[in-house]
Design a protein around this ligand. Structure first.
Ligand SMILES: Nc1nc2c(ncn2[C@@H]2O[C@H](COP(=O)(O)OP(=O)(O)OP(=O)(O)O)[C@@H](O)[C@H]2O)c(=O)[nH]1
Ligand SMILES: [Mg+2]
Length: 216
């Protein structure tokens, strides 16, 4: 029984990777740069996407977002209210987006009128790591309010991403968190080969550095 379960899991991940490759080709055909925003619940993924999109639009880039959530349209509504064209993607009960869900969304977007696509994954530091979506880069967002041990507790998602953002540095003191501890853990885990940017979506700190790390 146990072997059967392992085999099915492998097939699911393999099938996801196949569709992720299709998504990647589709996005390249339309010259869209796509970024997967993973991260913990409430870390500030939506807030960061809204602020980054504002800056990119000011540079003349056309930005679209996919708002991934288990249910509801709260994030999409916030994005649309900020002037960002957005596609809502509810997963039902799933704790992560998968490549097939994103594939269906891509078919509903006029990709020729998009330069940059932000995909907000479901808030979760475990499951999204195993499900690449076919993006150019994967970003993981954590925030000071989750404590200083997130990198030590969830190394896998940081290994499976290209860039980390530590958000809410504006309230680090209030929650007794030293950002340097998180930075040190991340550098140790990644051998210093990947960047971590300290941000405050609220105060506008670190956003230009994120844009530079994303090559946008
Ligand atoms: N102080 C502070 N609050 C922030 C910052 N970024 C986001 N917030 C607040 O944190 C809360 C959660 O932010 P969201 O952007 O909804 O976080 P999220 O990661 O998209 O959340 P989910 O989609 O539910 O996982 C909101 O009340 C934001 O206003 C920040 O840099 N500093
Ligand atoms: Mg959100």
């Amino acid at each position: 029984m146990h072997n059967v379960t392992v085999g099915m899991e492998f097939d699911v991940l393999k099938e996801n990777n196949n569709i992720a490759n299709e998504n990647y080709e589709m996005l390249k055909d339309h010259k869209v740069v796509a970024i997967d925003f993973m991260g913990s619940i409430g870390a500030g993924k939506t807030a960061l996407i809204i602020k980054l999109a504002e800056k990119l639009r000011a540079k003349g880039l056309r930005v679209h977002a996919i708002a991934g959530d288990v249910t509801g349209a709260d994030d999409m509504t916030r994005m649309v209210d900020s002037g960002l064209t957005t596609t809502n993607c509810n997963t039902g009960k799933e704790c992560h987006l998968d490549a097939n869900m994103v594939h269906r969304c891509l078919h509903g977007i006029d990709l020729d009128s998009v330069d940059v696509l932000f995909i907000e994954n479901v808030g979760n530091l475990v499951c999204p790591a195993d499900f690449p979506l076919g993006t150019d880069m994967r970003v993981v967002v954590i925030s000071t309010t989750e404590g200083d041990d997130m990198v030590r507790k969830h190394p896998d998602i940081f290994i499976h991403s290209d860039l980390a953002i530590l958000n809410k540095v504006d309230i680090a003191d209030a929650v007794d968190v030293d950002p340097q501890i998180i930075v040190n853990d991340y550098r140790k885990l990644t051998g210093g080969r990947k960047d971590i940017v300290l941000c405050s979506a609220k105060k506008g700190i670190g956003l230009d550095e994120v844009i530079s790390c994303l090559g946008l």
